[in-house]
Design a protein around this ligand. Structure first.
Ligand code: FAD
Length: 300
């Protein structure tokens, strides 16, 4: 397809061809995107979606790439990045509205500055508002669904929809976004007034817990597996004697067994084989079936 010609007359400013997606993921894995587009406004986002749907170009959305395993063959069609290029925070009273590319941490820090409480638990998740909403991200007993009021979402044809919390079909690491291939444009959260010292102490406690327990200096996509009912993936993997287990550049983190890490230049194929091997060992030794939380996308 002649992508350059298709986008030539659009007002889109940031388009690249054949960009490596490993540079857009925390795992450091992923081949090239045919086209990579970074819209900066909702108008631009809608324009991209309209052009893509009129020309039958498949669209893939990525946020801050912290929950993705992308194929070595990359992604065909257009990859739309909603990260720093699509970032903005507005606070009015106890309400915080953010564009979907905003880092969860930036939104949390902005709320803490205004002595608002509610985002401390999710402040260390390295994803975006959009990825967080789509995944119903959560940590330390708090989830996006606990504070979310409404979502402004765009469908694949470029039509705008507004959803309230109940419309979002939130469950564990799931939302309506995946059911209908929607794109989060912005989200609004209702926070509570709190004591500045208590908020700061809570934020620091969660930050410390994360830094002391998670391999934040390594390439990973966080917890590779969902929490199985009745146990924890990290506990099961540890019980199987897999702490630090390594095949090539794929490794079970020494620090947190729930994190599989790319210790060098692992490929998607190698990481998938490794994930399956860990799953098979855990199944055989403990009877628990682990399910992948990390999203596998691209041309497999
Ligand atoms: C060190 C580390 C720690 C982590 N800790 C946690 C944790 O405590 N709790 C937790 O829940 N997760 C955790 N994660 C996983 C990850 O950060 C979350 O799932 C996060 O919500 C993903 O956001 P993202 O912007 O990176 O999304 P991406 O990884 O870019 O995408 C994830 C999925 O969301 C979709 N998506 C992204 N943006 C949008 C959008 N604007 N509209 C529609 N769909 C979109 C993508 O298409 C994809 O299917 C961790 C990851 C790492 C690397």
């Amino acid at each position: 397809m002649d992508y350059k010609n298709i986008y030539a007359n659009s007002g889109l400013k940031d388009i690249s061809y054949d960009a490596y997606l490993k540079d857009y993921t925390s795992f450091g894995i992923g081949g090239k995107a045919d086209v990579l587009i970074k819209p900066t406004t909702e108008e631009e986002l809608i324009e991209v979606l309209k052009i893509n749907s009129e020309n039958n170009i498949p669209t893939t959305i990525i946020g801050r790439g912290s929950n993705l395993l992308i194929s070595d063959k990359g992604i065909r069609g257009a990859v739309v990045v909603l990260a720093d290029n699509y970032s903005d925070i507005k606070i009015e009273g106890k309400s915080l509205r953010a564009l979907s590319g905003t880092a969860l941490k930036d939104a949390a820090l902005a709320s803490i500055k205004e002595s608002l409480t509610g985002m401390e638990e999710i402040s260390g998740i390295p994803g975006s508002i959009g990825g967080g909403v789509a995944m119903n991200a959560g940590a330390y007993g708090g989830e996006i669904k606990d504070i979310l009021v409404s979502v402004r979402a765009i469908d694949i044809e470029g039509n705008v929809h507004e959803f309230n919390n109940e419309d979002m079909h939130f469950s564990y690491r799931h939302s309506r976004i995946f059911e209908e291939d929607l794109i989060v444009s912005s989200a609004t959260f209702e926070l509570r007034e709190g004591d500045p010292e208590e908020i700061k102490a809570k934020y620091e406690d969660f930050t410390h817990r994360r830094e002391s327990k998670q391999p934040l200096d390594k390439k990973s996509a966080g917890s590779t597996f969902k929490r199985p009912e009745g146990s924890y993936a990290s506990k099961l993997i540890d019980e199987c004697g897999l702490r630090g287990y390594r095949v090539g550049d794929c490794q079970v983190s020494e620090k947190h067994c729930g994190f599989l890490i790319n210790a060098g230049n692992a490929t998607c194929r190698e990481m998938l084989d490794f994930i399956n091997e860990v799953k098979a060992i855990v199944k055989e030794k403990t009877g628990f079936t682990l399910e992948r939380e990390v999203k596998l996308i691209g041309d497999l």
